[in-house]
Design a protein around this ligand. Structure first.
Ligand code: ADP
Length: 499
């Protein structure tokens, strides 16, 4: 907890009036703050929904049970704020009440003016900060547990349960799986692991992974995507596929690669036309890396309270790290970061969100490989495209002749393998300039359906040509925006996904 303690002391010394500790480990946070206050000879006052205490001058005095605003007003009228730290738990239930907001703001202003040497510490598992308090508040987090901390928690757990300590190898494996989780989460998982046979064994390792998936689900921001797709399901995009396979090789042998001096792969940004295989590539990447795929839903990330979106982003990052090795797929990245450099509603939040994300990308040293996909690159902030964030940015264009052939082949093979050698792929590819991968798949699907309805015994080239005639290609539907996008990609000189 070095960083948290250091920051806490720094912020207290600097007279920052409100510290908001965003954590599920409320008791742990309280314990650390008490310890720091004792060292600084500072009194502590605690309030929660059930009771309130004044721990000053070595005494513990119960304060009258009252709601938050009343308690704060009592402390003001008793002049009981100087040289104090006020720990507020459950405060998020009250942070939409005008009296509470205005009393907190009053105290914050008194602290800033120098009347009291005091700070307010809100400890809560969710950040629901009213706009009025935003500029007085600093959001903090506890430090993530280190490997040694986790080992300690496992040892303590075993001691309390009276079970044998695991051998070094199993202990290390447990630690790797439990990384990124909080102390409570670890203790719960360990309890579950020993519930059947009363001890920790290798067979508990998969159970730990299952529990981690539960945590991903409960977050509501991330989704664990089941993947069947492989690189062989992608027609074309040869440059991108080769690049990803290379990173997969590094990822799979990361220890050796790092010892050799190779950097940990960070991630890739894939931008370009809709329906051309970007999402497909994200899924196939997870398969190639042989790790779970987490999808970040940017829509759900954006919360309605100040700080909520950032809290969600921090949580998403934490869970991603906890689930590593994994691929984090950020779909339609432009939606989240639209308007970052511009002004207008919500842009402040997106700017900060974006800052958090960039810092994480920059500093990331976990095995969480980011695949971000975007249809429109012009609404992405230029900082994102700069080297050092993503390892590479690829542009996916409409498929060329060769690629269309491959895509048609893949989709015909999936459904009517036996008919493939009688179908003229060259002819079909020549007739489908301007069609995206999804269009081509649609054409194949429609042709097969017609062949079935016409009671044919096989799919023919003619069926597919007929389906092409009935389909409007992406380039017909989006002509203007496709031209504009092409110009943009050329201007930015992005690497082409195709060879
Ligand atoms: P994007 O994410 O670029 O909008 P998707 O990857 O979602 O496009 O593509 C939609 C569907 O179209 C895919 O699931 C796949 O069936 C088909 N498709 C698109 N591009 C390709 C491709 N290059 N090769 C094979 N199928 C493709």
């Amino acid at each position: 907890m070095k960083t948290f303690k250091r920051n806490f002391i720094r912020y207290t010394d600097a007279g920052l009036p409100i510290l908001y500790v965003d954590t599920f480990e409320e008791n742990k946070a309280k314990e650390i703050i008490h310890e720091l206050c004792i060292k600084q000879r500072r009194g502590v006052i605690e309030w929660n929904l059930l009771n309130a205490w004044d721990f000053s001058d070595g005494q513990t005095i119960a304060l009258p049970k009252a709601d938050l605003a009343e308690t704060l007003q009592l402390l003001i009228s008793d002049d009981n704020l100087d040289n104090k730290t006020l720990i507020l738990q459950d405060a998020h239930f009250h942070l939409d009440k005008p009296e509470t907001i205005s009393t907190l703001k009053f105290i914050a202003l008194e602290i800033i003016s120098g009347k009291y040497d005091c700070n307010i510490v809100i400890i809560s598992p969710l950040v629901t900060l009213p706009k009025e308090l935003e500029s007085y508040t600093t959001v903090m987090e506890l430090d993530p547990l280190t490997e040694n901390d986790i080992k300690e928690i496992i040892r303590d757990f075993n001691n309390v349960q009276g079970i044998d300590q695991p051998a070094e190898d199993l202990l290390n494996k447990l630690v790797t799986r439990l990384k990124g989780l909080s102390q409570t989460e670890i203790q719960n998982i360990l309890s579950l692991a020993i519930s059947e046979d009363g001890m920790l064994t290798y067979s508990d390792l998969p159970k730990i992974l299952e529990q981690k998936q539960q945590i991903v689900k409960k977050s509501g921001i991330l989704e664990m995507v089941r993947v069947k797709e492989t690189m062989n399901d992608i027609g074309g995009l040869e440059n991108l596929k080769a690049w990803l396979l290379r990173k997969a090789e590094i990822f799979k042998h990361i220890k050796k690669a790092q010892d050799f001096g190779v950097d940990i792969p960070k991630g890739v940004l894939i931008a370009g036309m809709p329906g051309c295989g970007k999402s497909l590539t994200a899924k196939a990447a997870a398969k190639a890396f042989d790790v779970p795929l987490l999808r970040l839903d940017m829509g759900r990330l954006m919360g309605k309270y100040v700080g909520e979106s950032e809290g969600n982003m921090r949580r998403a990052i934490k869970i991603t790290e906890a689930s590593s090795p994994c691929v984090l797929w950020i779909d339609e990245l432009e939606k989240a970061f639209a308007g970052v450099s511009g002004s207008g509603g919500g842009s402040e939040v997106t700017t900060r969100l974006f800052g958090n994300f960039l810092t994480w990308m920059q500093e990331k040293d976990s095995l969480a490989f980011v695949v971000a996909t975007a249809n429109k690159i012009d609404s992405l902030p230029p900082e994102l495209l700069r080297k050092g964030r993503f390892d590479e940015t690829f542009y996916v264009d409409l498929p060329n002749l060769e690629e269309r052939k491959k895509i048609l082949e893949i989709h015909i093979k999936k459904r009517r393998k036996a008919d493939l050698n009688k179908i003229s792929l060259d002819n079909l590819a020549a007739k489908t300039a301007g069609y995206c991968g999804a269009d081509l798949e649609g054409v194949v699907r429609e042709a097969i359906e017609s062949a079935f309805v016409k009671k044919q015994s096989a799919l023919t080239t003619a069926d597919i040509i007929e389906a092409i005639g009935n389909t409007h290609s992406l380039s017909e539907i989006m002509k203007d925006s496709i031209d504009a996008m092409k110009k943009m990609y050329e201007k930015l000189k992005l690497k082409s996904a195709s060879r």
